[in-house]
Design a protein around this ligand. Structure first.
Ligand SMILES: [Zn+2]
Length: 650
């Protein structure tokens, strides 16, 4: 059975004079009452162990004076009221302060209430209320929760709002992973800037640590500044020379035009998610993929004992039953949210499969789409319109086309679909011997369906569903998540396996993947098999080696991969003895020969560099490894064609 399971890790809050310390096994956050109660410190204990931020977080209101902003900041407030309480075992902090300029002058008639709840899955859920006793005129800028990430961060992933999306019916996907250069490159000056607010920004030091700022589900909150202008917002991430750090801004308003104001109560919600970076390198999960073999046709699609024996020999511990499309054009497939999925004889084969897979120590989970509803499934005609996700003003329910028909229609979790999805998941788990769930469309979707309220996203609903699923699957149950283009730190903290990289590539190298393939040491990770069906055995071997350099496995049960993992079982086992891993392109490992990729595992006791020769000939390379916190090693090594080689240093 699977080697890795996550569990909830609640925070504890304590007060030490003017500091509120909120801590669990993986994370320590500090709120400073001399700075408006703002978050002044966030430490990932198994990351660098250093503060992610160069200055306290701050909410800033800019009043236009002589064509410039006169800025009043929450972090300048030295008089802060604070209440610590608890909700469902989560610490809740509530701060009340005034906004103050750099000379100590208070912005008259405006008060800020700031509530933060720390969840058992690594999030701080923030709610900032700006309460105006008068109309605050000449308003130019409203920044909510501005942060200054330290310059060791080297990668930024932005999820833009639907209006900027690449695809009309997409899911706020990350388009580009933006490299950051600690201010040594011009591109850092405005690594990201937009007049539209993105729904999320995730910043990380690759392979080590990071955090994710995500807007709350009520996106319309951020569009609600009073006045006559259409709402000029600012999403911004840049290196600021004066601060010698990055600055991340989510501004509900940034425009020096008159006519804008704050009045009454304005509420803004966002979350900060921090990773559960584990003490030891997480185990690899070879070949976890579809338990069915559809290419053999309907009669032979269930695994034989020989298949299961081969997979077990490769160290396979988890598979998914993935059959959401009419691939064979026979109408026998698992329609999203339908039950039972198959005619009786296929149901009998499915139940027999659990028994045999478990005998081989392999867990099996069913495929569920969290956002698709098949038109043949129960309740569709009555509820689909009401529960549907609408992506554009005036648009209708969105079909999701599959082979020879539909996967379903897109649904929004901020509707009755949430309960329907829970009920249909529960029905499957109640009736069969599955070991958890596999979730596709594991994303938050922006939605304009007026039946669910004004402009919103179902990201918080998604996390609520994942949390429910984790509880439903139980401590040893599987939560196997497909997250391509949608990195989600809180979801990763819950998962037992993450699948990514369902996207194309140009050539084989250790750097062929996005930074999501070697993200942070949170959860075992795998990449989709992106190779065409007629790819050569050699290319598949290259692909498996490139993935392994990123401490990831390939999601495929093809024999070439199972052979690869069986042959490298020792490496797969030994790498988890170490605490750190560095992938190609992250600056620690250098190989002089471009045909030879290099990664390294290490900890205080020693290091284990891994070399992959991607060429068809024997290759020699000079290598150098410097983790900046263990002993540097260098030398020369010769590696046979299409092979791995491992060295060990004490
Ligand atoms: Zn909706």
């Amino acid at each position: 059975m699977n080697l890795f399971h996550s569990g909830p890790v609640p925070f504890q809050a304590t007060r030490d004079k003017n500091r509120i310390i909120v801590e669990n096994r993986y994370i320590r956050c500090v709120h400073d009452l001399e700075h408006g109660g703002e978050l002044s410190e966030a430490v990932i204990k198994n990351g660098t162990g250093k503060n992610l931020f160069a200055a306290p977080q701050s909410t800033v209101v800019g009043i236009i004076e002589n064509g410039a902003y006169h800025c009043y900041r929450s972090s300048n407030s030295v008089q802060t009221e604070c209440i610590i309480s608890e909700r469902n075992g989560n610490p809740v902090l509530e701060f009340r302060c005034s906004l103050t300029d750099d000379s100590g002058e208070i912005l008259d008639g405006l008060e800020m209430n700031h509530r933060v709840e720390y969840t058992r899955w690594g999030e701080g859920r923030h709610r900032v209320a700006l309460i105006s006793a008068r109309r605050v005129e000449n308003l130019g800028m409203v920044q909510i929760g501005t942060l200054r990430p330290v310059k060791s961060m080297n990668c930024l992933a932005v999820q833009e709002t639907q209006i900027q999306a690449s695809y009309a019916y997409g899911a706020n996907n990350v388009k580009n992973w933006i490299s950051l250069y600690a201010g040594t490159a011009r591109s850092d000056a405005e690594a990201y800037i937009s007049r539209w607010l993105p729904v999320s920004m995730l910043v990380l030091q690759r392979g080590v640590e990071g955090f994710q700022f995500t807007l709350g589900d009520q996106l319309a909150q951020w569009d609600a500044i009073g006045g006559t202008l259409p709402g000029f917002q600012l999403g911004y991430f840049a290196y600021r020379r004066g601060f010698d750090s990055y600055e991340m801004r989510f501004s509900a308003l940034d425009c020096r035009r008159e006519g804008q104001y704050l009045e009454g109560e304005n509420i803004f919600e966002f979350s900060l998610a921090f990773p559960f970076v584990r003490e030891k390198i997480v185990p690899l999960s070879p070949c976890a993929s579809n338990i069915l073999f559809p290419s053999r046709g309907l009669k032979q699609r269930w695994p034989t004992d020989d298949d299961l024996k081969r997979l077990k020999g490769a160290g396979v511990a988890l598979m998914r039953l993935h059959n959401d499309g009419n691939t064979l054009n026979d109408g026998i497939f698992w329609r999203d949210a339908a039950y039972p999925p198959y005619p009786p004889e296929e149901m009998a084969k499915m139940d027999d499969m659990f028994h045999r897979a478990h005998e081989h120590g392999i867990s099996v989970v069913p495929y569920f789409s969290l956002h698709e509803y098949h038109p043949d499934a129960c309740g569709f005609p009555e509820h689909a319109e009401e529960w549907s996700r609408i992506a554009a003003e005036g648009d209708r329910i969105i079909p999701s086309f599959g082979p020879n028909g539909y996967y379903g229609y897109q649904m929004c979790l901020s509707s009755g679909w949430m309960q329907k999805r829970k009920d249909t998941i529960d029905e499957v788990l109640r009736n069969h011997d599955f070991d958890g769930m596999y979730f596709d469309w594991c994303v938050g979707l922006e939605c304009l369906n007026p039946k669910h309220g004004p402009r919103h996203r179902d990201f918080r609903k998604l996390l609520e569903l994942l949390e429910w699923s984790h509880d439903r699957a139980g401590h040893d149950g599987e939560l196997y998540l497909h997250l391509t283009y949608n990195p989600n730190i809180a979801a990763e903290n819950m998962a037992s396996l993450v699948l990514t990289e369902e996207c194309g590539f140009s050539s084989f190298s250790g750097e062929m993947f996005t930074p999501h393939a070697h993200f942070m040491n949170i959860v075992p990770r795998q990449v989709c098999d992106m190779l065409p069906s007629n790819a050569s055995k050699e290319d598949r071997l290259r692909y498996a080696m490139c993935a392994l350099l990123n401490h990831a496995t390939v999601s495929s049960s093809l024999p070439v991969y199972s052979d690869f993992y069986r042959e490298n079982a020792m490496l797969l086992k030994e790498c988890t003895d170490y605490a750190r891993h560095s992938a190609p392109g992250e600056g620690c490992c250098t190989s002089s020969n471009p045909s030879v990729g290099m990664s390294a595992y290490w900890d205080d006791a020693g290091s284990m560099p891994v070399f992959a020769n991607l060429s068809n000939t024997e290759e020699t390379t000079d290598y150098f490894f410097d983790s900046h916190c263990s002993k540097p090693v260098h030398g020369q090594i010769t590696i046979p064609p299409l092979s791995l080689k491992v060295l060990k240093f004490q």
